[in-house]
Ligand binder design. Structure first.
Ligand code: ADP
Length: 392
């Protein structure tokens, strides 16, 4: 221990009080005594006190004494109490530092707190000291709980991201590698059905038919799954996308469904947004395609609009179709979740899952507002962002 550090032995009190290890930065031994007395009076069991007056002994005491609180005089002959704070920061130590000073004007006191001192107490008002220390320790405890909770949360988020990535990798590899053997099954059942139809018995024809139908359906499902996992694999290439011109392409892709259903599609206020053109087209195509597919008896009227809200563009696709009961509003965005038999409405239940993945990867959200029988409005957001990452 350096010559300027003094260790005081403190007798323990009869009443159990919270134990406290104090590091005191003080040159006046009488003041030090008064400070310790103020702490011990009905408040703390001051286990050990280390008194230092300069930088070297302060650093040494941090290592040997492990204080829970630093009480520092503002002015010392060879040092400044506030420099203790710089050392605590440098060593990454979250130890409350309270200034205990003979005279500290309000302006200076506020400045010290602004720089990171926890609080200050005047030497002629030491009766306040126990309460100030108690509060500082309580705040430190709450800070440590918060840090721990943040660390736990970050760890959980990390684990979740890793397991999502693993799952995505699995879905990709599985769907990719299943394609080849499935192609064999599909082609040979097809061959069986072509060569042997009518040559075996009636049941054989039926069984071969089921097998080849099942194989073809599985091929479509696997292709959909592959399309879903590809959304996450390819990096989105964002550009400024003019949604009005994009809608012309979407209308072309859906031309036969639009024509066949007689759907009337209106567009309002469609902006240019910073996004991946192909993915945005896929989202609009899926939502408008569904609005046409899940039409009721009425002629489909579909409106696409956008408006600025806070930090996002809010898009909505509204139809006058069969609607969705609110209990299924979230399920329908999950892979392969559908509300109808394929014979009623064709599809595999992958379209909305792809939309969700695209929108969420772009930092937005997607949801539906609907009631069974009275049409649906699908809404999604796209954050404002320009090529250089700034706001548009
Ligand atoms: P798919 O269209 O292949 O069934 P989606 O993932 O696109 O798959 O949609 C999932 C389910 O959500 C649909 O099966 C349907 O039940 C419901 N749905 C989607 N869009 C609409 C809509 N516009 N109106 C009513 N129901 C819808």
């Amino acid at each position: 221990m350096s010559g300027t550090a003094v260790k005081l032995a403190i007798e323990s009190s009869a009443v159990p009080k919270p134990k406290l290890r104090v590091l005191l930065v003080e040159d006046n031994s009488l003041d030090a005594e008064l400070v310790i007395r103020a702490l011990r009076k009905n408040s703390f069991d001051v286990e050990a006190v280390m008194i230092v007056q300069d930088e070297d002994s302060f650093i040494e005491a941090l290592g040997t004494h492990s204080p829970e609180v630093v009480l520092a005089d503002y002015n010392l002959p060879n040092w400044k109490g506030m420099e203790a704070l710089t050392i605590l920061r440098r060593q990454n130590l979250d130890i409350p530092m309270i200034l205990v000073s003979g005279a500290l004007g309000d302006v200076l006191a506020v400045e010290c707190i602004r720089q990171g001192a926890t609080d200050y107490v005047l030497k002629d008002g030491l009766a306040r000291l126990p309460e100030v220390v108690r509060r500082a320790l309580q705040e430190k405890y709450e800070r440590s709980l918060r840090h721990q909770a943040e660390k736990d949360l970050a760890k959980k988020a990390d684990e979740l991201a890793r397991s999502n990535a693993d799952l995505e990798q699995f879905a990709y590899v599985a769907s990719h590698d299943l394609q080849e053997p499935l192609r064999m099954v599909a082609s040979y059942t097809q061959l069986l059905s072509e060569r042997y139809r009518g040559k075996l018995d009636e049941n054989a024809d039926k069984f071969i038919g089921y097998a080849s139908e099942g194989a073809l359906r599985m091929q479509v499902l696997i292709q959909d799954l592959l399309a879903f996992s590809r959304v996450g694999r390819a990096n989105a290439t964002c550009t400024n996308v003019d949604c009005k011109s994009l809608m012309e392409e979407v209308r072309k892709s859906l031309a036969s469904a639009i024509q066949e259903s007689g759907a009337v599609i209106t567009e309002t206020n469609l902006p240019s947004v910073w996004t991946d053109r192909t993915q945005m087209s896929q989202v609009l195509q899926n939502l408008i395609g569904n609005a046409i597919k899940f039409r009721g008896k009425k002629l489909p009227i579909i409106s696409i609009r956008a408006e600025k809200t806070g930090e996002h563009w809010l898009f909505s696709v509204t139809d006058n179709g069969i609607g969705i009961s609110s209990e299924f509003a979230e399920n329908i965005f999950v892979v392969f979740q559908r509300l109808h038999a394929r014979t009623e409405y064709p599809g595999n239940g992958i379209g909305l899952a792809i939309c969700k993945k695209i929108i969420e990867r772009g930092g937005g959200k997607i949801w539906v507002e609907s009631q069974a029988g009275s049409g649906s409005t699908f809404k999604f957001t796209i954050p404002f962002q320009s090529a250089n990452g700034g706001k548009t």
